[in-house]
Design a protein around this ligand. Structure first.
Ligand code: SAM
Ligand code: SF4
Length: 506
């Protein structure tokens, strides 16, 4: 059997695409390589959101080129956003590559590989499936499933944020039918998954292409002070109806999350869904990017800081205890000290408990290119450090406030130190201690337990396991036992990149 290794860079969307690639290859008769260095096919699934990510790809291809000198039959594939963005240019620049494949062309991977095998020339396949969008269904297998999984509800993006390359690399928005989504979630739950995260670039702009969900109704009277009535109605989507349908049709699901939502579609109906559905976790990642209205305009984010604050306030009021995290870009062109102070003020006002902070990076084909890049590298780094310091302090205060209380923890596995570890519904990492957590028959991955928080650390909590609320599903327990036996027998596939050229490597 030919063997493969898929190496992933970048976001959850890419990790999800990598899993689909692995499934497509396995259905075509490939097997995961136990040793990545020996794989017949190595696919690098790339990210181009910032320039740094692209540089990383170039250096990895260089390293693989050395391996190819020793094993000329090795096939090097490049997938993901850089593949889509660069296509032929990448093949010209890096002739070690055999195959360039865009995110919508993953199903064609086996055919393209077999053409190469029969002596075909290097290939570039980067065509969007705009006319007939299709979504590769996941095939959850208990042996592969963990307690959590991602399910795609849409791909592409219709927003035009001026800094962002995603509309170029992922194309326009295309939605998956609600039936496909719900059936995939049910299959995951049957395979032992307890928590699902719905995935999409603007996940809450979802509309059901099959028409099976009720369209957004006329809505309530506009509740927003900062958004005009007609605009508030336009923001409504079928995403809340999708959440209701999932909760209704897959009642065994323990937790439901979604990422990343767009603040414009944080609507009255979505807030109501949070109030109605206990399955929806009390944590939302809501990218804000900046707290300055002038910068939000230049970024073409389509909301003001007042709208963002008003809507997240309403969500927090409707769902007591809900926490928020966010994405912020520092050093976007024209960002003055005052603009950055406005971002810090908003971060403090909303009280984010974690943040993905990025320094602005110019990307090809984006409207912001014409704005230049006038904030120095040093100033960007200083601003990022201040942003992280503020959010770290907020996170520490939040974690400390949980000490002494009880939390429901979904167990995900063991930490590096051997502790049973899981997450609360607000995504806080919890290390479980105490006699019940340390026994040989302690609850395993997929179990939901109650725990009393004893200590707060910088990024996590420790808690004493006090009660089992729901045992791990049997399929998951058995699968994990089998995979740990395989690991002990040394047969676990290594998914990292081969260490080529490192001291001591072959
Ligand atoms: N669709 C999601 C959204 O709108 O939030 C995520 C898009 S992107 C994969 C994740 C984050 O990367 C963005 O929220 C933004 O903060 C950051 N980002 C995108 N383009 C960037 C750029 N040119 N420079 C720096 N950060 C960028
Ligand atoms: Fe990029 Fe904006 Fe679309 Fe997010 S919403 S993917 S930041 S264009």
């Amino acid at each position: 059997m030919p063997s493969y290794c898929v190496v992933t860079f970048g976001c959850q969307m890419n990790m999800h695409d990598s899993s689909r690639m692995e499934e497509v290859l396995e259905r075509a008769g490939y097997e995961a390589s136990v040793d990545a260095e020996q794989a017949d096919v190595i696919v690098l699934n790339t990210c181009s959101i910032r320039e740094k990510a692209e540089h990383k790809l170039r250096s990895e291809v260089g390293r693989l080129g050395l391996l190819k000198q020793r094993r000329p039959e090795l096939v090097i594939g490049v997938a993901g956003c850089v593949a889509q963005q660069e296509g032929e240019r990448l093949l010209k620049a890096l002739p070690q590559i055999d195959l360039i494949i865009g995110p919508d062309n993953i199903p064609e991977l086996p055919r393209l590989l077999s053409e190469l095998d029969r002596g075909g020339l290097p290939q570039v396949r980067t065509v969007f499936d705009v006319d007939e969008p299709s979504f590769l269904a996941a095939t959850p297998t208990p042996g592969r499933s963990s307690a959590t999984a991602f399910v795609t509800v849409m791909k592409g993006c219709n927003e035009r944020c001026s800094y962002c390359i995603v509309p170029t690399t992922r194309g326009p928005e295309r939605y998956r039918s609600s039936r496909e989504i719900i059936d995939e979630i049910a299959r995951f739950v049957d395979a032992g998954v307890r928590e699902i995260t719905l995935l999409g670039q603007t996940v809450n702009s979802y509309r059901d292409p099959s028409g099976a969900l009720p369209p957004p109704g006329p809505g309530d009277e506009n509740r927003w002070r900062h958004t005009r009535g007609a605009l508030a109605q336009e923001d409504e989507t079928e995403f809340p109806a999708l959440l209701l349908a999932i909760a209704h049709e897959v009642p065994e699901l323990l937790r439901l999350r979604y990422t990343s939502p767009h603040p414009r579609h944080l609507t009255s109906s979505l807030i109501r869904a949070h109030q109605q559905l206990p399955v929806l976790c009390r944590h939302v990642h809501m990218p804000v990017q900046s707290g300055s209205d002038a910068q939000l305009k230049r970024m073409i984010r389509r909301y003001s800081s007042a709208e963002y604050v008003e809507r997240t306030d309403a969500l927090k009021e409707a769902v007591p205890g809900l926490t928020l995290s966010s994405d912020v870009i520092v050093g976007f062109p024209g960002e003055s000290d005052a603009d950055f102070e406005a971002t810090l003020a908003l971060v403090e006002r909303v009280g984010f408990v974690s943040i993905f902070g990025f320094t602005y990076s110019q990307r090809p084909f984006t409207p912001a290119l014409k704005l230049g890049d006038d904030v120095s590298h040093e100033e960007k780094s200083r601003r990022l450090a201040r942003l992280f310091a503020l959010v770290d302090a907020q996170k520490e205060k939040h974690l400390a406030s949980l000490v002494g209380g009880e939390e429901l923890v979904l167990i995900e596995g063991h930490s590096r130190h051997g502790n049973l570890t899981g997450r609360t519904e607000r995504n806080e990492i919890v290390h479980l201690l105490g006699e019940a957590a340390e026994r040989a028959d302690a609850p395993g991955a997929g179990a939901l337990v109650r725990a009393r928080v004893g200590e707060a650390f910088k990024n996590s909590l420790s808690a004493e396991l006090t009660a089992l609320v729901a045992p791990a599903p049997r399929v998951l327990t058995e699968a994990l036992r089998r995979s740990s036996e395989l690991a002990q027998a040394g047969a676990t596939p290594r998914r990292g990149l081969p260490m080529i050229g490192a001291t001591g490597s072959p």
